[in-house]
Design a protein around this ligand. Structure first.
Ligand code: GLC
Length: 538
């Protein structure tokens, strides 16, 4: 496969709102990112992905843009942005932005115009109908909202404040392409493209045998026939003209479909994020079952991409709970399980992404009170389910496990006031465990999760085999051991991660030199709870 900078890079995702506040308003900002660049450089990451920092009323924390060419007031100014970008580049690092192209905020001037009258020139920039379809929105409730002024309904796949743009209209597409080019010309190095598989819709009713008010309509709004034409045009008119990296958020794509999305000949993006492994980890089942399932899924992605496409590798992001609390064991094996999971995903073929706080093993947050949650998806879920009569306790139990706020509590820098995130009142409560779980404590500890991440990054960069080698699952007797071999020219590297809290029989079947481990003492023919090792095979 072609060698390129973004294949050799490690990406760090910043949820800006929760990263570092310098203004004292309790909301993370761009100057906060600039302030922490030395930290990110010492971690060894190369590309920073910034969650949306555009002007926004923040109904969905920036995924509701009201001006694509302005910075959200809480996060700073365009000058702060330019300064941050220059500081990133002067360190040899790169910046990718989050592009929200499926919808805008209802506060965007385009929507103000569109809803002003039926014959406004921008009426057709959004999707208006006399009669709505029977779809449910992804965040609960109906997907259409009635506008009394013009007597029509508009479509919104997410909240009613995130209005779907009409991609069928060429003027809309042109305007978005111009905006993308404007950012590239400003110097950004690529994009994570939000909710990309919803651009095309099949605006017809879902079957509704149970006579529900609204019906989940995933297949009418996701990967609808014709979407590739939009994506191809988007690529050709923007990204393809520059040396930028793109990664599309394309949840429901499966490995056998990856060619038209990301192959080097016909792909529309360099990489996509698939959620398949995350969706199939069932927290009610045991580790054996889950590890076998994700092995099957991730192996399929590795094999399908072999020689034709590049994977994105990730454990966490701002929409998922913390993996040390879900896939791992944050009570009994916090350090071991965070590092074993890290070792498992980090050395496969693809570009690894680290979500802020993952590198120190941040955990889910135990908010007991629904009022502490800030996420609109969580709040809507609670509201609609309560309306349907689901008991409060049952909902709180589910929310604690899956709420997106689990990953959105402020970054834990040290054990002082508000973990060093802000001197003001944080927009969301901190996880109280910052008194012992923080960057400062882990920086000075050679056995910390943070130190392990640093070692992984150094190792990945020092071996071409870990970048460009093929990947093959390795046989093991234990179902909860995830082992694979990377092979390149004459080098073979074995990665073994035991993803359970029991002990299991395992021995190295060939001669090998240990390159990395998350334990310092080893047992004969045995892997300890959440033990992980990397060997250079002879
Ligand atoms: C993506 C984002 C998520 C957001 C949604 C709507 O899934 O990752 O945070 O709520 O799109 O833009």
């Amino acid at each position: 496969m072609k060698k390129t900078w973004w294949k050799e890079a490690v990406v760090y995702q910043i949820y800006t709102r929760s990263f570092k506040d310098t203004s004292g308003d309790g909301i993370g900002d761009l100057n906060g990112v600039t302030e922490k660049l030395n930290y990110l450089q010492s971690l060894g990451v190369d590309i920073l992905w910034l969650c949306p920092m555009y002007k926004s009323p923040n109904v969905d924390n920036g995924y509701d843009v009201s001006d694509y060419r302005e910075i959200m007031a809480e996060m700073g100014t365009m000058q702060d942005f330019d300064n941050m970008l220059a500081e990133i580049h002067s360190r040899g690092m790169k910046l990718i932005l989050d592009l929200v192209l499926n919808h805008t905020s209802d506060q965007h001037p385009w929507f103000h115009e569109s809803k002003s009258s039926k014959d406004n020139p921008k009426r057709d920039w959004y999707i208006w109908r006399d009669k709505p379809t029977n779809w449910e929105s992804i965040f609960g409730g109906p997907a259409w909202t009635f506008d009394p002024k013009t007597n029509q309904y508009y479509l919104h796949l997410y909240t009613k404040n995130q209005v779907d743009l009409n991609w069928e209209n060429p003027e809309v597409r042109r305007e978005l392409y111009d905006m993308i080019i404007w950012w590239i010309e400003k110097g950004v190095d690529g994009f994570r493209v939000d909710a990309i598989n919803h651009l095309k819709k099949d605006l017809t009713d879902m079957p509704n045998p149970e006579g529900k008010n609204y019906v989940p309509a995933w297949r009418k709004m996701t990967n609808v026939e014709g979407i590739q034409d939009f994506l191809k045009e988007l690529r050709d008119e923007t990204f393809a003209k520059y040396d930028v990296v793109t990664v599309g958020e394309a949840n429901s794509i499966r490995a056998h479909e990856l060619a038209e999305w990301i192959s080097e000949d016909e792909g529309k993006f360099n990489m996509i994020f698939s959620l398949e492994a995350h969706e199939n980890w069932n927290q009610d089942l045991d580790a054996d079952h889950n590890v076998m399932t994700i092995k099957k899924i991730l192996d399929r992605w590795q094999r399908s991409a072999q020689g034709i496409a590049w994977n994105s590798l990730y454990l966490e992001n701002h929409d998922r709970p913390r993996t040390v609390s879900t896939w791992g064991d944050d009570r009994n094996y916090w350090r071991e399980s965070a590092t074993a999971l890290a070792c498992m995903y980090f050395f496969m073929q693809g570009t690894p992404f680290i979500y802020q706080g993952q590198e120190i093993g941040m955990t889910n947050v135990p908010f007991d009170d629904i009022k502490k949650y800030r996420d609109i998806e969580t709040k809507n879920f609670y509201r609609y389910k309560r309306m349907q009569g689901v008991p409060h306790e049952e909902l709180m139990e589910a929310i604690k496990k899956v709420s997106r706020d689990n990953a959105r509590t402020p970054m834990q820098w040290h054990d002082g006031t508000n973990a060093g995130f802000t001197v003001g009142k944080p927009w969301i409560d901190l996880n109280p465990n910052y008194n012992w779980l923080n960057v400062e404590a882990q920086t000075v500890d050679d056995r910390s999760i943070l130190s392990f991440y640093k070692k992984m990054i150094v190792l990945r960069k020092s071996r071409e085999c870990l970048l460009y080698g093929s990947t093959k699952l390795a046989e093991t007797d234990c179902p909860d051991v995830y082992a694979y071999i990377r092979e390149y020219e004459n080098t073979r590297i074995l990665v073994v991660s035991h993803l359970d809290s029991d002990g299991c029989h395992w021995s190295l079947r060939e001669k090998g030199q240990l390159l990395l481990a998350n334990y310092t003492e080893f047992m004969e023919q045995k892997l300890q709870p959440y033990e992980a090792r990397v060997y250079l095979l002879e």
